[in-house]
Design a protein around this ligand. Structure first.
Ligand code: NOJ
Length: 504
């Protein structure tokens, strides 16, 4: 706490140029740099051996029209078969860790703990062993959006019974992999699965449970996370000594102008605070409780749509995050919805968001590039949760299908610079950073149209060949020097936008 206050005061008195000098753009010693993927996005092998069907298998097979190119993850990067090649690429690039997720229905074909797939579990044991043998730390996400379809048929994340089903699933993985895995992620991006999966069709299961679905899902996610944490604490922590955290998608929410500081805070609370506040302090942020109750009342609901935690649950939940995992890609300017002055409530947060017209956009329509928002967000996290151990688990840029990905390198350079300033100048306790993604992969509803990889995958070819992109070469240098490297000058890049203020 003291450290960053002093650092901030010193830096406030010297110029930015000087600060960059102070920061030097080297990574602090012990800082962990890695990369990641998710089971459904890379594995393929959707029906091999006794694997059960999951929500994504079901969704893409029954609703191909929802996926931009009508594709699916049946084969994806074929990583189920090519994991050794993937590990070799991760190693040759020089990454410290690889974060992968486990497919619940590959390990538990019935969805429940009564049947454990030997083959499914063996795959994850092999992958973990291969990483360890190559000196790469395995970080395991228990759930990255692909729960068993049978569980969805019983309501999925809107059914509280999922909490105990999830804990039983997690126990099997702690038992099987916990001697080698020391950093666990329970659930990746609850906002996405709850908001886009239970109030829109953008993500599986694609159920539109208006007003109610999102918060109900979020409530059960928090309980599942917390109970899993407590179970690890009681049954595994002493002998395995690992840490457990959740991964939240946190954008930079900046005030549109200085009169909207409160609005920016509210946006943060509805985004990061929704999950993080309960895990650090035992309950939802006050502003969320007040706002959702107010809007619920205006809609005629007899009680707030935001569920309440009992005192017993508050005690279970409070203090169940060893580190805060963050996925960060983009930012927004925030301001209050003027309709509210007329008594019209258009949203629970009461906010509107926009971007600056100078911000470049990636091929993902939501991914506007504003590196300063990254540092802003990290400082906010520092201040909100008493400077928690923070791991940026995902950061990356989607582009077209090209190997000379200068835009991506620029993005990494500018975002990492902001992160290093936040860490070294402002004392933000960020200990790890993960590139999204090692490979081009199945980008959910965008199919294969948006490519996040630093390595290209030929999805049209049965061999799913991998070819390194320029950004992989850039990362290789960064990792060997542990220092940001200058950005090569674009030559033939078709994805370059010229005249961007952030291009060096
Ligand atoms: C976050 C998700 O965790 C990941 O699965 C996705 O590919 C990236 N965002 C990019 O959209």
């Amino acid at each position: 706490m003291k450290r960053y206050l002093i650092a901030t005061i010193i830096c406030a008195t010297i110029s930015t140029v000087c600060c960059c000098d102070v920061v030097k753009l080297t990574f602090p010693s012990g800082f962990s740099l890695g990369t990641g993927s998710a089971a459904y996005q890379v594995e393929g092998a959707w029906n091999v051996s006794d694997k059960g069907e999951n929500v994504w298998d079901y969704y893409v097979h029954n609703h191909p029209e929802i996926i931009a190119d009508g594709s699916n993850g049946d084969v994806a990067c074929n990583s189920y078969y090519k994991y050794k090649e993937d590990v070799a690429l991760i190693k040759s690039t020089g990454f410290d860790f690889y974060r992968f997720s486990v497919s619940w229905s590959r390990v538990l074909p019935t969805g429940f703990a009564n049947v454990i797939s030997e083959d499914g579990l063996q795959y994850y044991k092999n992958l973990t062993a291969e990483l360890v043998a190559n000196g790469i730390e395995p970080i395991v996400t228990l759930y990255h959006w692909d729960h068993p379809q049978v569980i969805e048929e019983m309501g999925g994340w809107t059914n509280e019974l999922i909490v105990d089903w999830f804990v039983a699933y997690a126990r099997i993985l702690f038992e099987a992999l916990g001697d080698s895995v020391k950093r666990w992620v329970t659930i990746n991006e609850p906002d996405s699965i709850c908001g886009d999966g239970y109030e829109s069709t953008r993500l599986a299961p694609g159920k539109i449970i208006t007003d109610i679905g999102k918060y109900l899902c979020g409530h059960n996610v928090i309980k599942a996370h917390a109970k899993t944490y407590r179970m690890y604490e009681e049954e595994f922590r002493d002998r395995q000594g690992g840490v457990i955290g959740i991964v939240l998608p946190v954008s930079g929410y900046l005030p549109y102008n200085s009169s909207y500081e409160d609005a920016a805070d509210t946006a943060f609370q509805f985004n990061c605070g929704w999950m993080a506040h309960p895990l650090y302090f035992g309950d939802y942020p006050e502003i969320m409780k007040t706002r959702v109750a107010l809007v619920s009342e205006s809609q005629g609901y007899p009680r707030s749509r935001l569920p309440e935690f009992s005192d017993e649950w508050k005690a279970i939940i409070n203090g169940t995050n060893d580190y805060l995992g963050i996925n960060h890609y983009t930012s927004r300017f925030v301001y209050n919805d003027p309709d509210e002055e007329l008594g019209i409530y258009n949203s629970d947060s009461g906010l509107l968001m926009t971007v600056d017209s100078s911000w470049p956009v990636a091929t993902s329509s939501w991914l506007y590039v504003y590196p300063e928002g990254f540092g802003y967000m990290l400082r906010k996290v520092r201040d909100e949760y008493n400077n928690p151990s923070t791991w940026v688990m995902e950061n990356g840029y989607s582009g077209a299908d090209n190997l000379e990905d200068y835009d991506r390198i620029n993005y990494f350079y500018e975002y990492l610079k902001e992160m290093l300033i936040a860490v070294k100048r402002d004392g933000c306790n960020v200990e790890g950073y993960g590139v999204w993604s090692i490979l081009d992969n199945f980008e959910w509803a965008d199919g294969y149209t948006n490519r996040f990889g630093i390595i290209r995958v030929e999805f049209d070819d049965a061999d799913t060949n991998r070819t390194t992109k320029l950004s992989q070469a850039w990362w290789k240098k960064v990792l060997s020097k542990r220092k940001l490297q200058s950005v090569p000058t674009p030559t033939t890049n078709t994805n370059t936008r010229t005249g961007l203020p952030w291009q060096k």
